[in-house]
Ligand binder design. Structure first.
Ligand SMILES: Nc1ncnc2c1ncn2[C@@H]1O[C@H](COP(=O)(O)OP(=O)(O)OP(=O)(O)O)[C@@H](O)[C@H]1O
Length: 267
């Protein structure tokens, strides 16, 4: 079993990702696909007159401030446009894909965080009305049912809180929790960079391997949203996933290339 997470940043070639996945799936590889959608969400939010707001926590992590209206835009893009776009591509390639969010069947569950601490102009402010959280529990029953019946699950945030409220969660960490729950041998985190760069954005500074015991020390090279990927990788390997690969989803055969070791391999 492998878990493939494809991001939603500008430049990602969903056609290439889906074609590669379709070939692997047809050759008998069991997999679950998780996706993001941040780039398109930003664009749609701007177009709808509710521009995105990002907050940086005192510990340096960046996240989307998700008020109710942002959550609805987020769902339109992630669960609507991106999820159905991927399912359509896979269907056209002859793969019986089923698109679900973490809300459906309570696949991704976690605690609702209503307030977030944000560093603004050197001061720490508390913002309320946030619909975010972290996946703490993965309910694999529905996924196993689908896999057992021959469907390829295509999953996306949001998750559901214990009270049944939709919460925006990080896709990389959700994929990590899923990979652990499914006892996946490999998790791929594919985005619009060749992997973790020592000196971002210099692509020649690609870090090729990271020892599983040492992942967190690489957080220092990751800026803003890349930090969540490194954190997700650490959580996955700690949870028993054999290897995590940060790979490039901009062209070629992104999944096969990453499986063959292109990118940053955490093992
Ligand atoms: N050291 C680094 N190496 C590589 N990328 C980095 C680094 N530091 C920061 N980044 C940024 O991290 C981004 C990837 O994270 P991001 O969360 O935007 O991607 P994604 O997974 O495609 O999106 P989504 O949130 O929609 O799933 C890159 O586009 C790059 O700008």
């Amino acid at each position: 079993m492998i878990v493939v997470k494809v991001g939603g940043s500008a430049g990602i070639d969903y056609g290439a990702v889906c074609a590669d996945i379709a070939n692997l799936w047809k050759s008998g590889q069991k997999l679950v696909l998780v996706h993001g959608g941040s780039g398109e969400t930003n664009r749609v939010a701007e177009a709808l007159g509710h521009p995105p707001k990002f907050v940086t926590s005192p510990s340096g992590y960046t996240s989307r401030f998700t008020d109710r209206q942002t959550l609805e835009i987020f769902e339109m893009v992630y669960c609507g446009k991106i999820n159905k776009g991927i399912v359509e591509r896979l269907q056209r390639l002859g793969v019986n894909a089923v698109g679900l969010s973490g809300l459906d069947g309570r696949i991704f569950e976690g605690k609702h965080k209503d307030s977030v601490r944000s560093v603004e102009g050197g001061k720490v402010k508390v913002l309320r009305g946030d619909h975010t959280g972290t996946v703490e529990k993965v309910n694999t029953g529905l996924i196993e049912l689908l896999l057992g019946a021959g469907y390829l699950p295509v999953l996306t945030p949001p998750a559901v809180s214990y009270e049944g409220v939709a919460i925006n969660v990080d896709g990389d960490r959700a994929a990590a929790a899923l990979a652990v729950a499914l006892k996946a041998s490999t998790m791929l985190l594919l985005s619009n960079v060749p992997g973790l760069l020592r000196d971002y954005p210099d692509e020649a500074s690609l870090i090729r391997t990271i020892a599983a015991s040492d992942v967190e020390s690489y957080l220092e090279f990751a800026q803003d949203r890349m930090k969540k990927k490194v954190l997700g990788a650490a959580e996955a390997v700690k949870g028993g996933v054999g290897r995590v690969i940060f790979g490039d989803a901009r062209a070629g055969e992104p999944v096969s290339a990453a499986l063959a070791g292109a990118g940053t391999v955490v093992q």
